[in-house]
Design a protein around this ligand. Structure first.
Ligand SMILES: Nc1ncnc2c1ncn2[C@@H]1O[C@H](COP(=O)(O)OP(=O)(O)O)[C@@H](O)[C@H]1O
Ligand SMILES: [Mg+2]
Length: 230
């Protein structure tokens, strides 16, 4: 977080989301720093407790990923690409391996460029978001993996990316239509589960060039831990 200049409101919202475990969506033009902000959420979250660590390790072990994660108190950070299939997100295969939602259990699931995901893939996030479980049904068996994750996502306001810039005219003018079309790619139930949505505008040149140091992740993380304990 020390690398992130300015963006006071976005920083504040990220801290609130971390403290309350709220799902969060950043919307804004390309280059505003949405991905940068979102990817820093894990750096301000408290470490896993031993029981949480055990749960997370069991899921990673079933997925055959324990070597990658190892036993550590650091949270695994899952950031599947927007080309990820429904199966990759929720779980798959004849052996019903856990998907991204379960690998992100007790942690953050980062979906960058949310409207670019296949609509069916986003739809299947609905059940885990509601119940904290991912159910995989196969001919021979039915398995439910835990999937209690915090969703952090980013999106551009429209396909061109600049509908909210002053004076910008979208190719599919009027801008409101371009925005509505792009946003309709995300289903209602998915948006309903987003607790906080914030518009991020581009960092100002003044803030970017400022020599003033921003607050570190460690220092923000201490406030988050206190809030969680409370
Ligand atoms: N507030 C900021 N402070 C420092 N660098 C920034 C900031 N915003 C953007 N940048 C720089 O711009 C790059 C692009 O930001 P990115 O997070 O990819 O934007 P977006 O996801 O909104 O398109 C970042 O990698 C970073 O180098
Ligand atoms: Mg981005």
């Amino acid at each position: 977080m020390a690398e992130l200049k300015g963006q006071d409101s976005a920083r504040r919202v990220l801290e609130i989301a971390a403290a309350g475990g709220h799902n969060l969506l950043f919307s804004g033009p390309p280059g505003a720093g949405k991905s940068m902000l979102a990817s820093r959420l894990p750096s301000i979250l408290p470490p896993l407790t031993p029981p949480e660590l055990l749960e997370v390790s069991m899921i990673h072990s079933i997925a055959g990923l324990l070597d990658e994660l190892g036993l550590t108190d650091r949270k695994p950070f899952r950031a599947p690409h927007h080309s990820a299939s429904m199966a990759a997100l929720v779980g798959r295969g004849t052996q019903a391996r856990p998907g991204e939602v379960s690998l992100a259990h007790r942690d953050v699931l980062f979906l960058d460029e949310l409207p670019e995901f296949q609509p069916q893939a986003l739809d299947c996030l609905r059940q885990p978001l509601e119940t904290g479980e991912a159910v995989i049904a196969r001919v021979q068996h039915r398995i439910a993996y835990p999937a209690r994750f915090q969703l952090i996502a980013t999106m551009n306001p429209c396909r061109c990316g600049h509908a909210t810039d002053t004076g910008y005219a979208c190719r599919k003018a009027p801008n409101a239509v371009c925005m509505a079309q792009y946003q309709s790619r995300i289903s209602g139930p998915c948006l309903d589960r987003t607790d906080l949505t914030i518009d991020v505008s581009a960092v100002t040149p003044g803030d970017l060039l400022s020599a003033q140091k921003s607050e570190t992740s460690e220092s923000i993380g201490r406030r988050v831990s206190v809030a969680r304990q409370r």
